[in-house]
Write a protein that binds this ligand. Structure first.
Ligand code: TEU
Ligand code: CA
Length: 553
């Protein structure tokens, strides 16, 4: 069947800084990735998404780019990148780059020029506004706390930054800005990259009429899905994406299913797919991530099902449990209270997600069941969002105590996802000989790639098998999704239907034994499971099983 390649692919996200260090300076790099291509091939993934590899002062770990056409020196050189691309392609692995176009670094040449004077040719590359009665233009807050406006004393105007003040927002109303970004993408397409992940791409079109209007929602949400957003994305599509069959995934906070259908339509006029965050908000994280709140399975089922049904034959889904901004999924949605619960729940989550429709994304270490990290003190953290939030809530507002905040940070900080990949049980888990830039999770003694590759029963092998199944069974890519056992509070069960084929997926999200009605199964076979034995109708703690059968028409 003729279908875009990325609909049949599984993507693996590499947080470059923490994947593999090749020259023992404590920071992961491109040669490190090259040395692990065999591992990735064994896992079976089709595409690598590299977090930003461009020159950056690292205020936000590379999401503040100061030169879009050169490689961050601690990651290597352009020839290292070309070698990586070439070696990956030889193994039939594609590479997509992470481009940040909502903002640049304040150290980018454009901003350096822009702030020089009001009539500098680059002034209009950014969003500069006069104050409002001697204060900021409006009350918008930065995603990383504090005002989204920063006063530049020299010209006495404020610039907008929806993220840190070292990440000034670009002015996409300016056609020159649009052309610059298009040229940058074409530069990388000409080098042979296979696509892009576009950071917060739905924030680029600001509504001019709102700059002096206060809002009760967060600044980056006010700017989501602005007035010209689809024109801008269609322009990128015409001038870049349509040149080749590229995988383009837009990171789009605050989108509904209706929005997503416009961003990722089946006629490929905009993006291949988007990352939507409704699921990441199931435990309230988008409103306030600094709490003890845990998700309810009913809400989770409801959100995932709505997207599966709503996008069916209308637009294409992406599937993910976590990324570099989110806590580890086994800690958040699974159970790490014992080695058994850890193993079973990590596999259960993998099965639950990978049997759905859409392109699955695996975040590095997820395939090993890497967990949240027992950070001891503030000093153990590195993330700007975490520091700014601590400062705001504990020191400025005094609304949260130091102890509570440390507990919330252990649960929700982005740094949980950013500790180095756990390769083996040697020094620093085989990541580096040098002290890593961020602490190791001490559990690498037991959770590591070497051990799991040897053990045919490991979480790694469950992921490997899931990737293979997607290649073998078209129903996984194409089948229609239906939620079953809708009101059950312990089990997530759904079926997939395609021609005369049926898939039944059962996932016990609890540590108790629960039961389901197996009468629906007649000539079934088991595709994958996380216990060696299954008693029909019963699910043991965190048990998950997938049945395949031909329907009796
Ligand atoms: O994240 C943008 C984003 O949507 C944030 O609101 C995200 O939800 C936040 O990190 C939650 O804690 C992207 C990148 O993925 C992130 O790493 C960057 O810091 C951010 O853009 C700015 O470029
Ligand atoms: Ca290095």
């Amino acid at each position: 069947m003729n279908m875009e390649w990325w609909k049949k692919s599984v993507v693996y996200q590499i947080y470059v800084k923490s994947f593999q260090d090749s020259n023992n300076d404590g920071v992961g790099d491109l040669q490190g990735i090259i040395s692990r291509l065999d591992y990735l091939k064994t896992l079976g993934v089709d595409v690598l998404w590299l977090t930003p590899i461009f020159k950056s002062p690292n205020d936000d770990n590379g999401y503040d780019i100061s030169d879009y056409r050169s490689i961050q020196s601690e990651f290597g050189t352009m020839s290292d990148f070309e070698e990586l691309l070439d070696k990956a392609h030889q193994k039939d692995i594609k590479i997509i780059l992470d481009l940040v176009f909502n903002h640049t670094s304040d150290e980018h040449f454009w901003f350096q020029e822009s702030k020089k004077s009001k009539n500098n040719p680059y002034r209009d590359y950014y969003i500069w506004k006069e104050g409002n009665e001697g204060d900021v233009p409006n009350n918008w807050t930065s995603c990383f706390q504090g005002s989204a406006w920063e006063l530049d004393e020299k010209t006495n105007e404020y610039y907008l930054h929806l993220f840190s003040k070292k990440q000034p927002d670009l002015n996409w109303q300016n056609p020159k800005v649009r052309q610059e970004c298009i040229d940058i993408m074409n530069y990388w397409v000409d080098k042979g990259v296979d696509g892009f992940r576009l950071d917060v791409i739905n924030l680029i079109s600001k509504d001019e009429s709102q700059y002096y209007v206060d809002s009760t929602i967060k600044g980056h949400q006010v700017c989501a899905n602005g007035p010209h957003i689809h024109e801008y994305i269609q322009e990128m599509n015409q001038k870049v994406f349509s040149r080749k069959e590229l995988l383009t995934v837009g990171e789009t906070p605050a989108v509904t299913i209706e929005d997503a259908k416009k961003y990722a339509p089946l006629d490929n006029k905009e993006l291949s797919m988007v990352f939507q965050f409704e699921l990441m908000n199931v435990d309230g994280a988008e409103v306030n991530k600094w709490t003890d709140q845990r998700f309810s399975l009913k809400d989770l089922k409801q959100i995932m099902s709505r997207w599966q049904v709503g996008m069916y034959q209308q637009a294409w889904n992406s599937l993910f449990w976590n990324n570099h901004d989110q806590p580890r999924c086994v800690s958040r949605f699974g159970d790490t209270s014992s080695p058994l619960c850890h193993e079973k729940s990590a596999k259960m989550l993998a099965i639950c997600l990978h049997m759905m429709q859409g392109t699955p994304y695996i975040y590095q270490g997820e395939e090993l069941g890497m967990t949240n990290v027992p950070f001891n003190s503030l000093d153990d953290y590195r993330d700007i969002e975490t520091f700014n939030s601590y400062k705001q809530l504990v020191e400025i507002e005094k609304s949260v105590s130091h102890e509570d905040m440390l507990r919330y940070m252990r649960k929700s900080s982005r740094d949980n996802a950013r500790t180095p990949m756990q390769w083996n049980k040697e020094k620093n888990a085989g990541f580096s000989e040098h002290i890593p830039w961020i602490m190791m999770n001490p559990n690498y003694q037991t959770i590591n790639a070497e051990a799991e590759m040897k053990d045919t029963n490991s979480i790694f092998h469950t992921y490997q098998k899931l990737i293979q199944l997607r290649k073998e069974y078209e129903i996984i890519t194409l089948g229609k999704y239906e939620l079953i056992m809708k009101n059950d509070e312990n089990i997530y069960a759904y079926k997939r239907l395609y021609q005369d084929e049926e898939l039944y997926v059962y996932c016990n999200f609890t540590d108790k034994e629960v039961s389901y009605d197996a009468s629906i199964l007649n000539n079934e076979k088991v595709l994958i499971q996380n216990y060696n034995q299954h008693q029909k109708g019963i699910l043991k703690p965190y048990e998950s099983i997938v049945f395949y059968q031909k329907s009796r028409a």
